[in-house]
Design a protein around this ligand. Sequence first.
Ligand code: HEC
Ligand code: HEC
Length: 285
Amino acid sequence: MRYIVCIAAATLMAAALLTAQAPPAAPVKGKAKAKAAPAQSPASRPIPPTATPQTYPIAQVQTGSQRFVGQCGFCHGRDTTGGEGGPDLTRSEIVAADNRGDKLRPFLAAGRPDKGMPAFKLSNSDLTAIIAFIHDQKTKFEAVGGGRRDVEAADLASGNANEGKTYFTAQCARCHSATGDLAGIAGKFQGLALLQRLLYPTGRPAPARPKATITLASGQVVSGPLATDDEFSIAITDAAGVRQVFEKRDVKFSIDDPLSAHFDELAKYTDKDMHDVYAFLATLK
Ligand code: HEC
Ligand code: HEC
């Protein structure tokens, strides 16, 4: 499952890269359809087309992305393409039929508790933002025809490596070095795989889990790998491997996610930045 999720995330970003050069319309889709995708993978099923194409302000999509990660990402994957037991929403018929929440609002209010999909009581603005984010993700995935896995390295390498280096020095060098940890990265990963590592390096090798530090009312501080994080409570796995749950209103907490910089970057990159940084990393053979 994890594998599919990270391929999908990379495909999404590849979509963003590819659409910078060509309109996100028919040619790519046609190509993906013509090629028979691997049969068993859910990622190989065609994405049901959106009945009513719709766009949303970027700020709303970004808010929605945060709300989605907090409320839905645990089950549906933080990029909506499926995760711990929740299906890929870019392939959902309900999402495909939805127009600005007309199907999703009643669905989310009722849930399908017997099938493991909880009912949600969300504020109107959070709900609108989540719906915006889901549609925005679906639009991006549709642009590459879903489970397309055959993105050519040459499709991606149209950026300017020098400008990518400048961007890297400004945005990435506090954590990475082109001659240190990332030396030889282009020898290990090419094309879509390299893009996926640079954008959102989940999967193998797995990065460290987020760590939560919680200060109790008594002043005692506990910390450990984050187990769950929702609107009202936060849980860690303690040193003995036991899950400890805290009500958020009773404690102060901070979450240190080693990959949060990457997740934040996803919303900030322009298509040009992505191309340039990719081109720069591709020189690190
Ligand atoms: C505890 C896990 C869990 C959480 C949290 C969760 N979901 Fe689900 N969701 C599921 C499961 C499981 C299904 C499949 C239900 C079924 O088989 O009918 C589902 C189904 C759905 C579907 C319908 C897919 C389809 O076409 O059948 C949508 C849409 C959806 N979820 C959206 C959301 C949104 C938006 C959130 C956050 C506000 C969310 N879910 C949170 C587990 C979850
Ligand atoms: C706040 C720290 C931080 C910043 C800033 C950051 N990264 Fe990362 N990056 C990480 C962590 C943590 C990992 C996962 C651990 C690992 O695999 O090395 C990672 C992994 C990677 C990997 C995969 C390395 C591998 O060996 O597979 C690449 C490529 C990468 N980052 C590129 C970038 C680029 C490009 C930028 C700037 C646009 C950037 N990172 C900004 C922390 C950061």
